[in-house]
Every structure is written in C-alpha cells, then in structure tokens.
Design a protein around this ligand. Structure first.
Ligand SMILES: Cc1cc2nc3c(=O)[nH]c(=O)nc-3n(C[C@H](O)[C@H](O)[C@H](O)COP(=O)(O)O)c2cc1C
Length: 183
C-alpha cells in the first residue's frame, strides 16, 4: 500500500508520562498493524493550549495546526488512554475539543475511530474509554462498533504489553478491524 491517507492512522495517547504504559500499548499497536499501514502518534498533546474560541482563528497556535494536519493526513484514529478519576484525562479531552472544530468540518469527520487503553483499576479504564467514545463520536469521527480493549494494569505486571500474548492478539484484531473500516 502506498503512503496515502487510507494507509495512515492517527494515534493519540492520553498520558503525558514519560514511562506511560499506554504509550507502550500504542507502540505495540504500530507493531501489529497490517502491512503497509502506518500508525502515526501525535505526541504533542501537552503543547496544545486549553481550547479557547478566541485562539481558534485562521492564525491558530502552531501545535493546533500540526494536530489538525496530522488528522487530515490520516484515514482513521486510534485513542490509547488511561482513566483519570473515572473519566477522560484532561489533556486528551482538550485535544478532542481542538479536533472538533471547525464545527461540522473536523479533520476527522466521519473517519473510523477506536478507543482502547490500560488503567490500574480492575476494569482497565472502561469508564474513560466509554466517555472518550462518546465525546470523540460527537467531535466528528465515526466510532466503530465493538472495538473495545480496556486492560487492567495488573494483567501486564511490569512487562511491555507485547509480552502478553492475549493482549497482543486482541490488539491485532482491533487494529485490523479499524483499518478495514477506512473508506
Ligand atoms: C490523576 C490520576 C487519576 C487516576 N484515576 C484512575 C481511575 O479513575 N481509574 C483507574 O483505573 N486508574 C486511575 N489512575 C491510575 C492510572 O490508571 C495509572 O496511573 C495508569 O498507569 C496511567 O497510565 P500511563 O501509564 O499510560 O500513564 C489514575 C492516575 C492518576 C495520575
């Protein structure tokens, strides 16, 4: 597959932590993606200012322009996030708010999207993942039914997620089905 919009997936990680387990999961997603598909992580969520309509002009801040360009260049989106206090980490919600504009014309409009992640709690962050699906689905992308993977941190121990065969296979399935939805 040549490097076109249809072969790229924008990846957003909802943790800024240097040792983020969710970033490791995003790395694994890139490893198990179908051949020719590129998963491009946008690692600059911490540089985005808080969403402010006064800043959202033709002269928008450079990190916002870069985020929207990365979204426009992708055929799908994958969010990999922990849960913070039962919900979506603020840094991720902020990125989604930027991506939701221009209203009705998001760079991710109607593109397939999936939300997965790792959290320490026994439910693996399912509340955050459900709420991210809700807000992302309102922002523009089309959330693909049934693509769910909420991993309790304890099931990984101190190891990279790629050392867990079940997680690796479930992730391969999610990425394959997400990519298959790219129009
Ligand atoms: C502010 C904060 C709130 C958290 N709230 C939750 C929570 O509601 N549920 C949960 O399962 N884990 C919660 N955790 C633990 C995270 O799931 C855990 O730190 C996770 O490893 C973070 O992901 P990361 O390794 O990608 O940074 C919270 C952590 C922080 C720092």
């Amino acid at each position: 597959m040549s490097e076109t919009v249809s072969s790229k997936v924008l990846v957003l990680v909802g943790s800024l932590r240097a040792a983020s387990v969710n970033r490791l999961l995003a790395e694994l997603a890139a490893e198990v993606a179908p051949e020719g598909v590129i998963l491009e992580r946008f690692d600059r969520l911490g540089e985005l200012p808080f969403y402010n309509e006064d800043l959202d002009t033709e002269d928008a801040p450079e990190p916002v322009v870069a985020l929207r360009a990365a979204a426009a260049a992708a055929g799908a989106a994958l969010v990999v996030t922990p849960e913070y206090n039962g919900s979506v980490p603020g840094v991720l919600k902020n990125a989604i708010d930027w991506l939701s504009r221009p209203y009705g014309n998001s760079a991710l409009k109607d593109k397939p999207a999936a939300v997965i992640g790792v959290a320490l709690g026994q439910y693996g962050g399912v509340w955050a993942h459900d709420e991210t699906r809700k807000t992302l689905g309102i922002a523009g992308p089309r959330i693909v039914d049934g693509l769910e993977l909420s991993i309790p941190g304890a099931s990984l121990g101190d190891k990279h997620p790629r050392e867990n065969a079940e997680v690796t296979e479930r992730l391969r399935d999610v990425i394959g089905k997400l990519v298959a939805e790219i129009g």
